[in-house]
Design a protein around this ligand. Structure first.
Ligand code: PNS
Length: 182
């Protein structure tokens, strides 16, 4: 049932807006490249399942990028390291994230924010997505400060030169990276 409310800018004009709390099932899409998934990503997923009914981790198939792992491998890696979590699905998609969200009937795009430099790109992306779909909200979670320095590219660089990555990625991913660079 909508509540009666007044326009914020010209309070004399009554408006009818549905201000009742959202009582729908909230499905969140957590989109990304995940090449590969890091402990920072996993932390966002673990916190996401506390907030949402379902979290769909969606690996973007991007024909313009040259990833280390195939989309199928990344989906497998994420599925393995999230199997202890309820209500997490892992999938892949191509095209626009908002189209994929619509397909999944998701209301939320979940993204992690590590440092200030992430903010500009993420805000731009959130605004762009809003112009493409009014129905989807982007919600940011501050990345655990323990992982604020962490990125998939850093992990790959360390692994390439034989450095330790056990504290940066899930065990199965560390194994895959060691194998790849051996
Ligand atoms: O892990 P990443 O590479 O930072 O993730 C970026 C991602 C996949 C979320 C973003 O590139 C994306 O949504 N791409 C799909 C294309 C799209 O929807 N573009 C319009 C919004 S910018």
């Amino acid at each position: 049932m909508g509540e009666r409310s007044y326009c914020y800018h010209c309070s004399s004009v009554p408006q009818f807006m549905d201000l009742s709390p959202i009582n729908k099932i909230m499905i969140a899409i957590y989109p990304g490249s995940f090449d590969p998934i890091t402990l920072g990503h996993l932390d966002i997923i673990e916190r996401g399942v506390i907030l949402f009914e379902k979290v769909i981790v969606a690996v973007l198939y991007n024909p313009n990028k040259n990833p280390l792992f195939t989309v199928e491998k990344r989906v497998e890696q994420i599925s393995q390291c999230t199997k202890h979590l309820p209500r997490v699905e892992v999938d892949s998609f191509t095209g626009l994230t908002v189209d994929y969200a619509r397909l999944q009937q998701a209301q939320v795009l979940l993204r992690g924010l590590r440092v200030l430099s992430d903010f500009e790109k993420e805000l731009q992306m959130a605004h762009t997505n809003k112009t493409l779909s009014q129905d989807v909200e982007t919600i940011f979670l501050a990345t655990n400060k323990e992982y604020s320095f962490l990125s998939s590219s850093t992990v790959k660089e360390i692994a390439q030169f034989g450095g330790s990555i056990a504290h940066l990625v899930p065990e199965n991913v560390a194994r895959d990276l060691r194998l790849y660079y051996s």
